[in-house]
Write a protein that binds this ligand. Structure first.
Ligand SMILES: CCCCC/C=C\C/C=C\C/C=C\CCC(=O)SCCNC(=O)CCNC(=O)[C@H](O)C(C)(C)COP(=O)(O)OP(=O)(O)OC[C@H]1O[C@@H](n2cnc3c(N)ncnc32)[C@H](O)[C@@H]1OP(=O)(O)O
Ligand SMILES: Cc1cc2nc3c(=O)[nH]c(=O)nc-3n(C[C@H](O)[C@H](O)[C@H](O)COP(=O)(O)OP(=O)(O)OC[C@H]3O[C@@H](n4cnc5c(N)ncnc54)[C@H](O)[C@@H]3O)c2cc1C
Length: 572
């Protein structure tokens, strides 16, 4: 059923029912409330949207304007959109599909505001799908991509819901209006942490799709002359084509492994939180925010590199690459705009750095911050050794975190308020946080290829891919590694030579590495990436189905071109 709805396309948006609405019930509803709504959602007996973002606020959740005011006389919450900018805007499925929504609203009881909380609101009749009384709904109009999804708007005009419709696993309001605090005010945000974690796998899958399309096509496409008189080579034989595609292919594997770690971390930390141990929440938030931001940004750029590497046919929707790019671009904004998310990671790093300065031993993904030597140890390094490469990335990140934090401390010592010092150092902070996430991805990639249960021939290929990913990162960000002398110019030259060698080493396994993603043609939806490689025949068939080809002479000729030509000829 869900798959059918999924493929319905135009105007039916059920993605967010699965990835946001249903998980919010799972994570924020009491056991009693789950009995009422969870099975209905899992069986698609109701269809839901996750309605948090408003026309005026998406990033700043504490600034949301929708209100939920408790009325003890009727034991109801009154949901209201007090301003135009409080209109819920963007939620997937909200426009035409969903008949329920979890609505994030400022909770008021006994005249006091307790901040954003989630409320279950029925928005359409289960009989005729008309909007419920007091609810105004609609689609927000065409977007860059994903126009099959009805991202919508909703306004609430004093809509009354039972007290029991507040999702009360963490915080609750008693019948008399008493507010009961949650263990942490940020638990209302827990579903965003979960969803950001899933974006890491979405990014990996998107980059895997794009590299599958581009690598396969680069084996079909022959172009130019590498040597006079010789047959046109596969374009994948050009080193520049390998330099475009193989780092993206390596990143797809790196992000795939990072998503494994993210999923494992989310499970274990939320498991501890169920037992009341909140100690892992801060690290989980920082890691999910940073990984979401980093992997989606690299993926969007990487998909466009793959698109360009396919020449003109890459620009056609037949390739599947423009749609992939549009989807990946959405991942950079949705579920926490990337800059804002990376700043959240930076906030955590600055805090950890201060703790390390005060003598605390750091653990988890920031442990390296206290272990890395501040003074660079220059020298001839073995730039093909994974341990050396991991250490270089950790040194770079530690140096940049330290530099950004000390810069901020310096600003504050000059008398700047903390917030002003933060803002004036935020570019340094972003770069430091990106370096931190990059070092995590490299370390996790190296640890995975060394421990994953595969036969040694596969491990050898994955190790080459990890070396390629790391060497590419070092050569692309050489300045960061050279700045304090930790790496020398000779090290960077060695890294470049090893990178060239890795491109040649990965070439024979490139098709096998993309086939290993096992992405069916129906998922790839790409003429260029077809498993059977019959690109040209299917490109022609695809073009013939273009709506413009329904008639030999298009109606626009008679309407516009013919009179225009006639009048121009008459003037000759
Ligand atoms: C290629 C194929 C793809 C196909 C897909 C195509 C299309 C679909 C794409 C996308 C759609 C799918 C899903 C999208 C769904 C959505 O977008 S839902 C809406 C998402 N919205 C957000 O993510 C909002 C982002 N903003 C926030 O999370 C917060 O406002 C903030 C930025 C984090 C700031 O919060 P604030 O309360 O002001 O906190 P502050 O910065 O002041 O920090 C205070 C402390 O709180 C800690 N903290 C913040 N958030 C969390 C959290 N989630 N968990 C735990 N802790 C948190 C923070 O670290 C601070 O701690 P300190 O100890 O004080 O430092
Ligand atoms: C395809 C798609 C699907 C979506 N689906 C949903 C959904 O189902 N449910 C839902 O509730 N929402 C959804 N959204 C909305 C999405 O969550 C928000 O758009 C996102 O959180 C970004 O918030 P914003 O639009 O307010 O951006 P803004 O924050 O206005 O971003 C604009 C600029 O301001 C900058 N900025 C903002 N705050 C800061 C800061 N503190 N420091 C530095 N710079 C800052 C940003 O970096 C950015 O450059 C969806 C969005 C898209 C594109």
């Amino acid at each position: 059923m869900a798959a059918a709805l999924q493929t319905l396309g135009g105007g039916i948006g059920i993605t967010l029912h699965w990835i946001a609405f249903t998980p919010t019930i799972e994570q924020q509803a009491t056991e009693e409330q789950k009995k009422k709504w969870l099975k209905l959602a899992q069986d698609v007996a109701i269809v839901g949207a996750y309605a948090q973002t408003e026309m005026g606020h998406g990033t700043f959740v504490r600034g949301l304007e929708t209100t939920a005011t408790y009325d003890p006389s009727t034991q109801e919450f009154v949901i209201n959109s007090p301003t135009l900018t409080s209109t819920k805007w963007w939620p997937g499925g909200l426009g035409k599909t969903a008949n329920h929504a979890t609505v994030m609203a400022q909770l008021y009881t006994r005249g006091k505001c307790y901040g954003p909380h989630n409320f279950m609101v029925q928005i359409r009749s289960l009989e005729n799908h008309q909007p419920c009384p007091g609810v105004t709904l609609g689609d927000i109009g065409p977007k860059m991509e994903s126009n099959g999804n009805d991202n919508g708007f909703a306004r609430f005009d004093h809509v009354r819901i039972p007290r029991e419709n507040m999702l009360m696993k963490f915080a609750r309001v008693e019948a008399d209006g008493t507010y009961v605090q949650p263990p942490s005010s940020k638990l209302a945000y827990s579903n965003m942490v979960y969803l950001r974690g899933t974006f890491v796998m979405s990014a990996a899958q998107a980059l895997a799709s794009a590299t599958t399309i581009a690598v396969r096509y680069s084996c079909v496409r022959r172009q130019s002359e590498m040597k006079p008189g010789e047959p046109e080579p596969q374009i994948l034989e050009y080193q520049t084509q390998q330099y475009k595609l193989f780092p993206q292919l390596a990143a797809a594997y790196a992000f795939w492994f990072a998503s494994w770690f993210m999923t494992q971390q989310h499970g274990s930390i939320t498991g501890s939180m169920e037992k009341g141990d909140m100690s892992g929440l801060a690290e989980l938030h920082a890691l999910s925010a940073g990984l979401k931001s980093y992997t989606t940004a690299v993926t969007a750029r990487g998909i466009d590199v793959c698109r360009m590497a396919c020449g003109g046919h890459g620009y056609s929707h037949a390739s599947g690459l423009p749609a992939l790019f549009g989807g990946a671009a959405a991942l950079c904004t949705a579920e926490g705009e990337n800059t804002v998310m990376m700043l959240q990671t930076a906030r955590y790093l600055v805090k950890c750095f201060a703790q390390s300065q005060a003598g605390k031993r750091l653990t988890g993904t920031v442990a390296y911050l206290s272990a890395v030597q501040p003074s660079p140890v220059a020298g001839n390094r073995n730039m093909s050794d994974l341990g050396t490469l991991v250490a270089a990335f950790q040194h770079r990140a530690a140096r940049m975190v330290r530099h950004a934090a000390m810069q901020m401390q310096g600003e504050m010592q000059k008398g700047k308020a903390r917030e002003d010092a933060w803002n004036s150092c935020s570019v340094l902070l972003i770069k430091a946080a990106e370096a931190h996430v990059h070092s995590f991805v490299v370390r996790n990639f190296a640890e995975t290829v060394q421990t994953v249960e595969v036969d040694e021939s596969v491990r050898a290929v994955l190790t080459s891919l990890c070396q390629l990913y790391s060497l590419y990162g070092i050569t692309e960000h050489a300045g960061d590694f050279l700045k304090d002398g930790y790496l020398t110019g000779r090290d960077i030259d060695a890294a470049s030579s090893h990178l060239s060698a890795m491109l040649a080493r990965v070439r024979p396994d490139a098709v096998a590495l993309v086939d290993a993603f096992d992405l069916h043609d129906k998922i790839l939806r790409s003429v260029l990436g077809r498993y059977d490689g019959r690109v040209y025949e299917h490109l022609y068939e695809w073009a013939k189905k273009s709506p413009l080809n329904k008639s030999e002479v298009h109606e626009s000729y008679y309407k516009y071109l013919q009179p225009f030509l006639k009048s121009n000829r008459a003037k000759l």
